[in-house]
Design a protein around this ligand. Sequence first.
Ligand SMILES: *[C@@H]1O[C@H](CO)[C@@H](O)[C@H](O)[C@H]1NC(C)=O
Ligand SMILES: *[C@@H]1O[C@H](CO)[C@@H](O)[C@H](O)[C@H]1NC(C)=O
Length: 149
Amino acid sequence: MKIFFLLSVFVRGQYAPTDFPDTTTGDSSDISCWHCDAVNMTECDNIGAMKPCLGENQVCMIEVRKREGELEQICMGCKSRRACLDNKKQNSKGKWKNHQCRPEAWWKRAPSVCRQCCNDSDNCARDFVLINDGVGPLLASEWNEDLII
Ligand SMILES: *[C@@H]1O[C@H](CO)[C@@H](O)[C@H](O)[C@H]1NC(C)=O
Ligand SMILES: *[C@@H]1O[C@H](CO)[C@@H](O)[C@H](O)[C@H]1NC(C)=O
């Protein structure tokens, strides 16, 4: 999978994006996102793949679940901007102690679910979770930052 990824980067470097015949949407401005559903970033890299985003699904969404302060699940892939931002709102809904996104390592009161949405590069979702050795940012403020630029 690593080789495939390097190869796709290599191939991409050889041609302008518009040189690819796009039979799915006809839109050369489509982004791509890394896709995976995995227990950690090692597995995400091993089983995941870079895929072009189709239709209105033009942002990369990230969802990281933790339990007892420990990473439990990583999910990433293309999503519509609206759906991704709607899910992201759940990060910090309600009272602080009830927020779903509690990425701090010391938070053990309840499971944590943090979402983020980005579109500044095809690797933005991977890059985001690779922070802190693959558990993602440990501050909710970084999960709530606007990364759609
Ligand atoms: C990641 O998950 C895989 C699959 O469960 C496991 O074999 C591996 O040890 C884990 N790696 C880390 C760094 O936790
Ligand atoms: C990211 O999304 C925003 C809002 O939809 C858009 O204006 C911007 O051009 C997108 N950026 C990239 C690099 O695709």
